[in-house]
Write a protein that binds this ligand. Structure first.
Ligand SMILES: Cc1cc2nc3c(=O)[nH]c(=O)nc-3n(C[C@H](O)[C@H](O)[C@H](O)COP(=O)(O)OP(=O)(O)OC[C@H]3O[C@@H](n4cnc5c(N)ncnc54)[C@H](O)[C@@H]3O)c2cc1C
Length: 331
């Protein structure tokens, strides 16, 4: 065991923070992992937040290092290529590779996050703390203040090293931004497009309504639908569309009739697979898409930004989580 006396405070128990906690505990650190939300293993997941993700070799490498690759692969569905759907409903498959055994995986975000939390929790030197949101950090001392969302009480935690895995809206990154002497550079670029998730449910007998082993894409210029398979026979569909300035932008898709008209015209084969389209369209949130760049990623040899906190990226590359896992591999 290395570093057995050193205490690590990890802020944010999403994908990156949970894997980081596991890995650092394996390396012998005393780890406290603090998350602002409730334990996702105890609560129902919010709809509309990228329910599944593509996991590539880049991400698997880090899971392998932490000894959880096999269990993660049990949650995966291989996607061998992109299945393109044209406006008439014709399809063609464009394989990712000509070589056997090369594919990307569709994996459930909560499923993977739960696995990583379970594995981290099994370690005797990991303490998981939920419902506490970081509100402030002393970057030089490595102390962070948290507010408990139930009791509203404040508490302070300290680490010999603080790892900030608190996502794209990182409170820790904001503190670094405000520290003039760090000469912290930061850019945040929002797309003029947003996203919304809809479901293709499983058939009555739990089967898939369309090809399971593919990442489905309905490219339409300014707009696009994609669909990734889930283990339960369903697909999570994501609509990417402009917020404004086109006929079928989010600002205009305000009535069931408009939504029905848009999907019938642009995605006739997909609409046939989505019986709950209209309900889900209005129930599920529309999310923004952005890219965050900043530097430096560390300060005072005390605090390090990792994952989306350091480098959030639009989802079209399928790399955000994979890059976050690579951070764990590199650290
Ligand atoms: C629509 C969409 C599709 C995507 N598809 C893919 C894909 O196919 N493949 C891929 O690799 N990536 C994909 N991504 C990107 C991926 O979701 C992120 O890169 C990944 O979640 C980053 O993990 P993270 O742990 O750094 O951040 P997050 O997953 O955002 O986790 C941050 C955690 O910190 C917690 N937190 C936040 N603030 C605080 C605070 N103040 N105090 C305590 N805790 C806090 C949050 O509650 C959360 O649990 C997609 C993203 C979107 C939006």
């Amino acid at each position: 065991m290395e570093n057995s006396n050193q205490k690590l405070l990890i802020i944010g128990a999403g994908l990156c923070g949970s894997l980081m906690a596991l890995r650092m505990a394996q390396r012998g650190y005393q780890v406290q992992l603090v998350e602002k939300r409730p334990d996702l293993r105890d609560v129902t997941q919010d709809a509309g937040r990228s329910i599944n993700l593509s996991l590539s070799d880049r991400g698997l490498k880090a899971l392998r290092l932490a000894g959880v690759e096999e269990q993660a692969l049990e949650l995966c569905i291989p996607m061998y290529g992109r299945m393109i759907h044209d406006q008439k409903g014709n399809t063609f498959m464009s394989n990712y590779s000509g070589r056997d055994g090369e594919y990307i995986n569709s994996i459930s975000r909560p499923g993977l996050n739960m696995l990583l939390l379970d594995k981290a929790e099994e370690m005797p030197n990991v303490e998981l703390i939920f419902n506490k949101g970081c509100t402030a950090i002393d970057l030089e001392k490595g102390t962070a203040t948290f507010t408990d969302y139930n009791t509203k009480q404040e508490s302070t935690f300290e680490g010999d090293l603080v790892l900030a895995t608190d996502g794209a809206g990182s409170v820790v990154r904001k503190a670094m931004f405000n520290k003039r002497e760090l000469l912290f550079s930061f850019s945040q670029q929002w797309l003029t497009h947003g996203y919304k998730e809809i479901t293709i449910p499983a058939t009555k007998d739990g089967g898939y309504r369309t090809e399971k082993g593919a990442l489905h894409i309905w490219p339409r210029g300014e707009d696009m639908l994609i669909a990734l398979p889930n283990l339960d026979g369903s697909f999570t569909v994501t609509l990417f569309a402009p917020y404004a300035n086109t006929k079928y932008c989010f600002d205009n898709l305000t009535t069931p009739e408009m939504v029905q008209e848009y999907f019938t015209q642009e995605y006739p084969d997909a609409i046939a697979l989505m019986p709950n389209l209209v309900t889900e369209f209005f129930d599920n949130p529309t999310g923004p898409l952005g890219t965050i760049r900043c530097s430096p990623w560390h300060c005072y040899q005390k605090v390090v930004l990792l994952g989306d906190a350091a480098h959030a990226i639009v989802p079209f590359y399928g790399q955000g989580m994979n890059a976050s896992f690579e951070d764990v591999f590199v650290v």
